[in-house]
Design a protein around this ligand. Structure first.
Ligand code: PEP
Length: 261
């Protein structure tokens, strides 16, 4: 894992979009629009099959970091179609997502499974982003705090019992499920409230300092039009962007937020 992070983290989750060819086309334009900035981190999570194209075509721009969208709970084995954190590390991938809501919803990743994936990423030396967030029903049912606590606490419990070592420089993403890919965005106030709740859990479990220095990203229909307001919200240390990260112009505008350009 590289050194401590400075400034906001601006992350692009490309989901199952952009094969190697479309990755190259994106990078050609993006590198022209977004010059390297030392006061922020920009991380892309392409499809695993497009990561070699991403690395080869980022034109020496190592400030454009790369991560894996998901890893298996095992280090290796008879797991057709899967990729392990150890393999991602060997391929010099620096980051990994754990617990994205689409994995939880469509692939049966429960809280404990997410904890194992978090452990595997750390064990392999990758920097994980632990994703948490509530559904609309949970929010309407007044369960926001309970759901966020359960998701974070379970991941930390599994991590502790795995004995895989400390999780330094924590990065988490608060992604309300009702705001992902829907065009609905949490208000800066909603984000601040949820980030505060997550920080309380971290403070209880790890102490005030690690809770205060953890980076908590907001994800859910982030766009160039709302990035400034979201980054200005209390406790928001960056964003995880799906749809708007697929277009180089729009993601460059997001990455340049607050830079005066
Ligand atoms: C995501 O996939 O993590 C995400 C936040 O998607 P979108 O920005 O499209 O809501």
């Amino acid at each position: 894992m590289s050194e401590a992070l400075r400034g906001p983290v601006l992350a692009a989750n490309w989901k199952m979009y952009k094969g190697p060819g479309a990755t190259r086309v994106f990078l050609d334009r993006f590198v022209a629009l977004y010059p390297a900035h030392s006061d922020r981190s920009v991380v892309f999570f392409p499809s695993a099959i497009s990561i070699p194209a991403f690395v080869a075509d980022r034109s020496g721009r190592e400030d454009l970091e790369v991560g894996i969208q998901d890893v298996h709970t095992e280090v290796e084995g008879a797991c057709t179609g899967a990729v392990s954190a150890a393999m991602a590390a060997e391929a010099e991938i620096g980051w990994g997502l754990a617990g994205h809501s689409e994995r939880r919803r469509d692939f049966g990743d429960h809280d404990a499974t997410v904890g194992i994936k978090l452990s595997r990423l750390l064990e392999a030396g990758l920097r994980p982003i632990l994703c948490v967030g509530e559904t609309l029903e949970e929010r309407r049912g007044g369960l926001l705090e309970e759901v966020l606590s359960r998701q974070v606490e379970t991941a930390l419990d599994v991590l502790e019992s795995s004995g895989c070592g400390p999780w330094n420089d924590k990065v988490l993403a608060y992604e309300p499920v009702w705001a992902i890919g829907t065009g609905e965005t949490a208000t800066p106030g909603d984000a601040a409230e949820a980030h505060g709740l997550i920080r309380e859990v971290l403070s209880r479990r790890a102490g005030d300092e690690p809770a205060a220095t953890a980076k908590i990203l907001y994800g859910g229909s982030v766009k160039p039009g709302n990035i400034e307001a979201l980054l200005g919200a209390d406790g928001v240390d960056g964003v995880l962007v799906g749809g708007a990260s697929l277009d180089p112009d729009s993601f460059a505008r997001i990455c340049l937020a607050g830079s005066g350009r």
